[in-house]
Structures are given as C-alpha cells and as structure tokens.
Design a protein around this ligand. Structure first.
Ligand SMILES: *Cc1c(COP(=O)(O)O)cnc(C)c1O
Ligand SMILES: [Zn+2]
Length: 425
C-alpha cells in the first residue's frame, strides 16, 4: 500500500508561527520557521519540510486570482515578492500526442514564467522568507536558471545577490539575466555540485541567505505547479492525470509535486488511488537518481563526473533525493535516462508544436517517448510533461538543433530561384 500520508506531528507544535513549522524528514523533530536562519535539521542534518496546521482543498482557492499566490492558503504567507509568477500554459500537443500514442498529452510550459523557468515559483516564496528573516544578502549555486530567478527576485526585493556558477557551463541567456539584474556572478572552476559545496559553507558562516532548493520554502512555491495542473484537469475534464513526467536535476520539483499530492490527500481533495505517478527523467551523463530508482537503493550515490547538453540538469548529487525517491516510489512512478540526441530530437518535436524549450525541458518528452516504447507507459494514460525552461535560455543549443540560415542575394528573383531549388540544403 502506497504511503501518501503526512508523518505525524503534534497538530500545533509549540514552534509553529502563522500555523507553519519545519519538520525534519529524517528524525521528525520540529523547528520554528522564522526565528532564525535554518536550512537543515539542527539535530541530525536531515532535510526539512514545511508543515501547516491546515491543508486546504480546491475550494479554498476559488476567486483568488491566478498564479502562485492564488494558492496562498497552502503557502506560508498571503503574498510575496512577486513579478508575478505561475499561471503557465498547459498546452495541447496533438501531433506529439498521436505520435507517442497516449490518451492525452499536455505540456505544462514553465518556461513561461517571468524569468523563463519554474525557479520563479520558488523564489517568490523564498525571497519573502529572506525578508521575514531580515537578511541583507542572498546567494545560490546554480546551473543557470536559479541564478537568473534569484537575481530578478533579489533585485525586486532590493537585496544584494551572489550567484556561484560553474565556469563555462551555463547557457548564455541565463548568465545574461543574472548579470543585468545585478547579481555578483562568482565563477567557480568546477561543476554545479562544487559550487553548491562552496555556497553552503558561505551560508553556514552567515555570509548570505541560501536559496538553493534544499531551502524548504522554495519547494513550497514550486508545489503550485501541481496545484495548477490538478486544478486545470479538474475544471476541464473532472479527472486527474495518470502521470507527470519531469526533468530531474536536484529533484526539487519531484519533491515539491509529491508534497503537493500528499497535502491534497490530507485535505481530502485527492484520493490516494488518483495520485499521478511521478516519473523523473535525467540525462544519461548525469543520472544518479535513475541509478538509485533502478537498483532500489535507499540513497543516491553522488556522480563526480557529469556531462550533458541539458546543462540545467547537469547535476551529480541531487540534494532533494531523500524527498524525491519516496515520491517516485509511493506514487508508482519511475525514472529513466535519455541521451543528448534523444533530448535534442524531443526539443525539435516540441518546437514543431510551437512550444520552445531549452534542452533540459525536452528531457521530459524524450523520457515519455522512451518509456512508451518500452511499454512502461500505456496507451491509455493521460500524461503531463513538464517543460521547465524557455528556448531563449540557451540560444546556442536552439540554433544548433534548428535550421541553418541560408545566405541569399539581395534580389527577389534570386531568392525565388533559391526557394525553387533544393532550399540550399
Ligand atoms: C532547475 C531546473 C531543472 C531541475 O529541477 P530540479 O527541481 O532541480 O530537479 C530542470 N530544468 C530546468 C530548465 C531547470 O532550470
Ligand atoms: Zn532531524
């Protein structure tokens, strides 16, 4: 029997503030959320997650506007530092749906957030917590999108922002965003995991407030992806998708969606049998979570060397694995690795439906294709693929995957002749 319950805490622990507290997923200890800066359990070092004295159902959101803060009854605050974020499209993709042969395919395009990735949903809550705590400097390690989002939300809040990036491994659009929004960009000669090691130590020394996804409040914002998907399916079709397929880097979204489902189960708004199967996709060159799911291990083994065209998920040590692995298992999901060529092919397929995504995002569709071919995903399923970032984030990858420009003379007759030929191919 799947475990979709929320572990027991006293209904209102003495440490609750605004009906919110932090619960250690390893030892169960509770911590006050806003008294002092806290990222992990002070007793055992385990990951923390936010707990509430209430779990609202869908009726609590009615008449509350759109976007992340529509879901304030399920969040720690009424409002946050907002640009605003969320309310992203849930595209139909009829050609891909037919080709992949599933009952329905919808694409939740998180690239349509203000800075072009789902990271904005986490930052609107996380930067609000930073304000609440009264910190004056924010920091993150990033494969790019977290730094773009933090730079924008930090600027909006008037706070100084540091971002640590792996030198030479961040797509051009993302560095440009962090730069123009005024973050100090610290380039590290190492991969993302090395950047995270450094910035975690800076945070421990009190140099900055850390907004990587081990920060439990980021995931609170990101769980609204699940609320939006389930609300849309409920309104349009009065059902729940069978499966959500998503790219996995640090596994924050996987953890956030699992939490979303458990809270809806606790609210009585989602039957345990209806919970969508969480299906994670990694690149073959950075697939430690897939390895753990396939071997049935309880822990993920860190990969020291990672490489993939999907730089947003070029991560060897997924920090949220202890939250995400149970999410994949308890929802009856799975995980799969795809090659860079499969990712690029999926990026082209999505683009052919008018949906422009960066490589990491296309991993979801590449994973769906692979699992459909293997028969793991059935033709009778309603599937949602999450596309996490916008095409313009990585213009070099897009240009390499797309058509090459064709030089033509400055002359209409010559252009017509060119078009009548073989198109210059
Ligand atoms: C951050 C990011 C991911 C990885 O998400 P996790 O929650 O860390 O698993 C995937 N795709 C894009 C575009 C991202 O920016
Ligand atoms: Zn603990």
């Amino acid at each position: 029997m799947a475990d979709l319950s929320l572990p027991d805490d006293p209904v209102a622990p003495p440490v609750a503030d605004r009906g919110v507290w932090l619960h250690c997923i390893e030892c169960g200890e509770t911590h006050p959320p806003f008294d002092a800066v806290i990222y992990t359990c002070e007793s055992c070092g385990g990951l923390l997650e936010a707990r509430y004295d209430r779990y609202p159902g869908f009726d609590a959101f009615e008449g509350r506007g759109r976007g992340v803060w529509r879901y304030a009854p399920a969040l720690p605050f009424e409002a946050g530092v907002s640009l605003p974020e969320g309310d992203t499209p849930l595209h139909e993709a009829p050609r891909l749906e037919r080709e992949l042969d599933v009952r329905t395919l919808r694409v939740k395009h998180e690239g349509m957030n203000p800075t072009g990735s789902f990271k904005d949903r986490g930052m609107t809550v996380g930067v609000q917590v930073a304000r609440e705590l009264g910190v004056d400097r924010l920091a993150c390690a990033s494969t790019g999108n977290t730094s773009a989002a933090l730079a924008a939300y930090g600027a909006r809040a008037g706070l100084e922002t540091l971002v640590l990036l792996p030198a030479g491994k961040v797509a051009a659009g993302k560095v440009a965003q962090a730069s123009l929004h005024g973050a100090r960009i610290l380039e590290v000669d190492g991969n993302f995991d090395a950047c995270l090691d450094v910035v975690s130590e800076l945070a421990d020394r009190g140099e900055a407030y850390l907004l990587n996804s081990m920060n439990p409040f980021r995931l609170e914002g990101q769980k609204t992806i699940g609320l939006e998907i389930l609300e849309a399916f409920r309104d349009e079709e009065d059902r729940v998708p069978d499966r959500i397929v998503l790219p996995v880097g640090n596994a924050g979204n996987t953890a956030a969606l699992y939490k979303c489902f458990r809270e809806l189960v606790a609210a009585g708004a989602l039957a345990p049998a209806d919970v969508p199967a969480l299906t994670g996709v990694q690149a073959e060159g950075a697939a430690p979570l897939v390895e753990a799911v396939e071997s049935g291990a309880d822990d993920v083994e860190r990969w020291d060397h990672v490489e993939t065209i999907a730089t947003a998920i070029r991560i060897g040590n997924p920090v949220n694995a202890p939250k995400a692995l149970p999410g994949i298992r308890e929802t009856g999901g799975t995980a799969v690795a795809v090659s860079d060529d499969e990712i690029t092919a999926a990026q082209r397929s999505l683009a052919g439906e008018g949906i422009g995504v960066e490589p990491a995002s296309a991993a979801s569709v590449a994973g769906l294709r692979k699992l459909r071919e293997a028969g793991t995903i059935g033709a009778d399923e309603d599937v949602v693929c999450l596309t996490t970032g916008h095409l313009l984030k990585d213009p070099d990858a897009a240009a390499a995957a797309g058509n090459d420009p064709e030089p033509v003379p400055t002359d209409a007759d010559a252009v017509v002749a060119h078009l009548a030929g073989d198109g210059g191919a």
